[in-house]
Design a protein around this ligand. Structure first.
Ligand code: 9MR
Ligand code: ZN
Length: 567
């Protein structure tokens, strides 16, 4: 490959139209750039240190991208296997820098787990773990029950702030601890160890240490009758404040919901299994909590209604019409944890009801239950093969979306009848659908989906319409202004690292307009924006630029999987 030179008439201007994965090209792996507003021609890979070209080739295209309704070109540079820092040169300009490395998912995955430490509530973040993001303890206030204001619970401390706000909500917590415990059991040390958190070095993998911080809080959210309170927060969202500046006399606790309770049963049964060998007594408590929660959910689910805030509380809702998926998941986990066939009978009964058996997330959790069931060695063979066929069918549907996409990402495009996947939290819509592919990959021991999974992660790392790397602290054009109060008000330029933004959101009614006197939409022709372009890196753009614990967990579950395949 000697003596390749970029033609002198090639522009040196930075072009976000040339999209590269800014983080995760791997030695020996496939490598591709996506170019839009391009008319084809020879492209070069240039060493960013020496400015010497190391590879050249013709881009292929045009290829139709159905999500954004544009034509793109693909430039394949798979043969570039020397570790280093590079950029792409095309006739009309150059890309952001990217790197080629041996173990690209490792640092990223760990940082995304460590990001949860930065979300810890109720304890001071000390400088030795948190560096410039240190702050004193927060939110250690008693809380009253919104549906019984005379009852005050003294201690609901601990856990993580959910997102850019400081509320603590059970249903997203259930997904987050699920992703962590399954990442630990399926991918081992490929995800989240040596995180430099207070518990590091105590004999437990750090991902379990961090997860236990949340589980301990969750246990405080269970009522005597087994039901689980939906959330605890202040009555209003915090102002422009750091966590420890958000001071109230009393916080408030929202009523029990079945969605919170069913998912809690699942999470606690999984905790029993995963922590048994480290903390036997504590894990027995988890199992007992799980059983009582599932009993409560079964006795009350027919009265389930979508959660609505009880005044004067106005914080995050996480309302969910269907609670069957949470019970399905809870039954699966209790069956796996105990081997007791009575839980398999409940699982079977709920399996026959109508809801997605393949969805992962804070709202739809049937996929969590299916994965769990498919890992049981004493499962009923007939039911097992039905569930397996369901997850495979869904993974193959995702594969088809991926194969038709111009950016090689597994996000459904809008069609005449469907709105598509570029909604609030689209980056997690992506990782949640990849999670079902991971289920099949793990259960069926196939690598059929690996390329789709890795390519889709490349989209998150910058190979997208706007060349944005959606994880703070990573890539050459990362998110800098997430809607995340600590990052917004700490006086530190760089946001807390390892947080993934919600991502493009094409729903018209959720566009940012004018917040606090700042007219952010001015100068942006939103109607001309294709779905993957509906994003601005602006701190009050919470409909596209907020962060959450469960979006993080969904992402490191996938990069942890990729990392485990990369040994
Ligand atoms: O992710 C949630 C999104 O699907 C909803 O449309 C939106 C409005 O209810 O709320 C989002 O969740 C937020 C939660 O309510 C509070 N913490 C931050 C969450 C992420 O934006
Ligand atoms: Zn707090």
């Amino acid at each position: 490959m000697a003596n390749i030179t970029v033609p002198a008439d090639y522009s040196k201007e930075l072009k976000t139209e040339i999209a590269v994965d800014q983080v995760t090209y791997k030695v020996g792996g496939n490598k591709m750039a996506v170019l839009r507003d391009f008319s084809g021609g020879v492209c070069y890979v240039v060493d960013a240190k020496t400015n010497e070209a190391v590879f050249s080739g013709e881009a292929t295209g045009p290829i139709f991208d159905p999500a954004n309704k544009i034509e793109v070109y693909h430039f394949d540079f798979t043969p570039v296997n020397e570790c280093g820092e590079y950029y792409i040169a095309a006739s009309y300009g150059i890309s952001y820098n990217f790197s080629v490395s041996v173990s690209p998912y490792r640092e990223l995955t760990n940082a995304m787990v460590k990001a949860l430490y930065f979300q810890r509530c109720g304890m001071a973040l000390e400088e030795k773990y948190a560096g410039e993001y240190a702050h004193p303890e927060c939110h250690n206030f008693p809380a009253y029950l919104l549906d019984d204001p005379d009852t005050v619970i003294e201690d609901v401390s601990g856990g993580w702030h959910d997102a850019g706000d400081y509320g603590k909500y059970i249903t997203p917590a259930n997904q987050t601890v699920f992703n962590m415990m399954y990442a630990y059991e399926l991918f081992g040390d490929a995800v989240g160890d040596q995180l430099n958190i207070p518990e590091s070095g105590n004999g437990l993998p750090d991902i379990l240490n961090e997860c236990k911080y949340e589980l301990d809080w969750m246990l405080k959210m269970q009522a005597e009758n087994g039901g689980v309170y939906h959330k605890v927060s202040t009555e209003q969202f915090a102002g422009n404040q750091l966590p420890h500046e958000d001071i109230v006399e009393l916080q408030c606790i929202s009523p029990i919901t079945i969605t919170a309770t069913g998912g809690f049963a699942a999470a606690m049964a999984a905790a029993y299994r995963n922590y048994k060998k480290f903390y036997p007594e504590w894990s027995d408590k988890c199992l007992d909590a799980a059983k009582r929660a599932l009993d409560y959910a079964l006795a009350n689910y027919k009265d389930h209604k979508e959660f609505k805030n009880v005044p004067p509380c106005v914080t995050g809702g996480y309302g969910d019409l269907c609670c069957l998926d949470e019970i399905y998941w809870g039954a699966a986990e209790l069956f796996r944890a105990t081997g007791d066939k009575k839980y398999e009978d409940i699982f079977r009964e709920f399996h026959s009801m109508k809801f997605s058996k393949t969805a992962f997330g804070a709202y739809h959790q049937g996929g969590h239950g299916s994965l769990c069931y498919l890992l049981c060695d004493n499962a009923d063979p007939e039911l097992y093969s039905v569930v397996k066929a369901e997850v495979i069918a869904d993974a193959d549907k995702s594969l088809e979306i991926y194969e038709n996409d111009g950016y090689n990402v597994c996000l459904a495009p809008p069609t005449e009848t469907e709105e598509g996947d570029y909604y609030w939290g689209s980056n997690a819509a992506l990782t949640n659908s990849l999670a079902n592919m991971v289920t099949v990959a793990v259960v069926d021991k196939t690598d059929k989906y690996d390329e789709a999974i890795a390519d889709s992660i490349s989209y998150l790392m910058g190979r997208n319409y706007i060349s944005k790397c959606y994880v703070t602290g990573f890539g050459s054009n990362p998110v800098m202004n997430p809607h995340h109060r600590p990052s917004m008000f700490d006086g530190v330029d760089a946001p807390v690292p390892g947080l993934i933004a919600g991502g493009p959101n094409d729903r018209k009614w959720q566009r940012p307009t004018c917040v606090k006197g700042v007219k952010q939409s001015e100068g942006i022709d939103w109607d001309a924006m294709p779905p993957a372009g509906c994003y601005i890196d602006w701190e009050w753009n919470w409909t596209a630029n907020e962060i959450t614990i469960y979006w993080n967990s969904s992402c490191f579950y996938i990069t942890g999987y990729l990392n485990s395949k990369n040994k």
